[in-house]
Write a protein that binds this ligand. Sequence first.
Ligand SMILES: N[C@@H](CCC(=O)N[C@@H](CS)C(=O)NCC(=O)O)C(=O)O
Length: 216
Amino acid sequence: MTITITAFEKSPDRGRGLARDMRVRWALEEVGQPYEVRLVTFKTMKEPAHIALQPFGQIPTYQDGDLALFETGAIVFHVAERHAGLLPSDADARARAITWMFASLNTVEPPILEREATTYVERDKDWYHERLLMLEDRIRVRLAQLSRRLAEADWLDGAFSAGDLLMVTVLRRLENSGLLDAYPNLSAYVARGKARPAYKRAFDAQLAVFTSASSA
Ligand SMILES: N[C@@H](CCC(=O)N[C@@H](CS)C(=O)NCC(=O)O)C(=O)O
């Protein structure tokens, strides 16, 4: 059965690999599972056919035969459950890795996304700078906590897992903000994730989509 995911026909991040199909591509590459990509536009994402797959009109989606999934956390978990390589086999270690998946999406990502949204939609407000500083303080709290926990380890809990995959993609959203600079172990952690061959294959694949859409 062919696995098909959806991704932006022309990603607004201009191929920087920040769109969330990157997480799914990376997971599939880590486990050696081939996949196809169906490209969607902002218009087609809001049409009934796509809404039937993703009720919020977003990418990515994941289809494998009759199974259709959305939400990157759920998709990465599904891939990790069905293939070796992203979750430990020891039950306790597996539960801890899953905990890190939730922590990345529920605890670390929200203030990062809020800051991002503010920079897009609230720039013209007279309270913009005050709010930005407040959100950056909230992010720094999380980064300091995460940095303390990671300490000198390569990954969050033993071997690389789906928890690290999601956490690295979440932290990547801060790359141009300067906020990671104060935490060299987190910057090195992100660099370690990006150096994985599976990450590179996923990154190159999504960049190729953007490059070909731009030259068309
Ligand atoms: N929580 C969702 C978020 C999905 C999401 O925000 N997708 C973005 C691209 S990275 C999107 O489709 N944005 C367009 C829109 O919301 O209209 C997930 O993790 O899958």
